[in-house]
Design a protein around this ligand. Sequence first.
Ligand SMILES: NC(=O)c1ccc[n+]([C@@H]2O[C@H](COP(=O)([O-])OP(=O)(O)OC[C@H]3O[C@@H](n4cnc5c(N)ncnc54)[C@H](OP(=O)(O)O)[C@@H]3O)[C@@H](O)[C@H]2O)c1
Length: 271
Amino acid sequence: MGVGIHDSYFLPNDAKYPFPIGIEAAGVIEEIGSEVRGHRPEERIAFVSSMQPKGGTWAEYVAVKATSLIMPIPTGLGFVEAAAIPVAGNTALKALGTLATAPVDGSLFIAGGSGAIGTVAIQLARQRGWHVAASASKPNHDYMLSLGAHKVVDYGNPHWREQILEWMPNGVDAVLAVQPGTSAESLPVVKDGGTLVSISGDAHISECGIHMTGVPYQMDVLDDLVQLMEQIAAGEIHLELEQVYPFADALAALAKVQTRRARGKLVLRRE
Ligand SMILES: NC(=O)c1ccc[n+]([C@@H]2O[C@H](COP(=O)([O-])OP(=O)(O)OC[C@H]3O[C@@H](n4cnc5c(N)ncnc54)[C@H](OP(=O)(O)O)[C@@H]3O)[C@@H](O)[C@H]2O)c1
């Protein structure tokens, strides 16, 4: 079961347990509805479920609509790894998908490169030919370089924008603003006519000459997600798991993700 900060949005302070939150997981299909095509019992899948208002994938059994995001788990990939991919992979792919018309060898700044989404986005952007810069605190710089970032900056350094502009003097073609609040602070590094994708729902800022957009939820990236899982299984894309928690420690995993300091993804494992 994948853990993300979004999971905490569905957990009220006065929750009476059991209170199944969680929107992604991996497991084996136990049963399918009579009209479901394309899946079979015993199939290993990773999935996103938004069927229950509060999620519901942090559970032993989950009912998932056949129209949900469901991906077969490739041979060689375990359930723990597979559960870490759907939400971060989906978000990174859709955010990058908005840049499909940008220059083939364009430049991209990822504000929040060491977390769950940034880890995937840096590598996919490099595969697609982008020149990539990314931000995190200093202890994560070697990590982001190892993922393929050409340039790394520390968001705590007041000169990080100058450093990006030294790297790309006219500004970058696009920004993926992953962490909240990074949209406004990243605008000065975007070139005129460039694009800024706000992943955390920052308020839209009307800035002359810069196209600001959100994550296009309606975009279909299922085939790309399946391919991403295959690339992870083949070792072509690195999946970083900061920690795998036993299910009994789910609240500790939630507390960690709420710090916004995890590297890569957190996963719960049912013992
Ligand atoms: N739109 C969507 O579909 C969608 C889907 C999923 C998630 N989201 C949103 O995406 C955000 C979470 O993304 P995520 O899961 O990738 O985050 P995450 O895994 O929690 O990111 C943690 C990483 O971000 C770095 N970081 C923290 N603050 C930063 C800052 N101000 N600038 C740059 N880096 C910073 C940290 O590095 P250091 O430890 O080095 O500081 C840490 O490694 C949430 O706000 C969530 O709501 C949106």
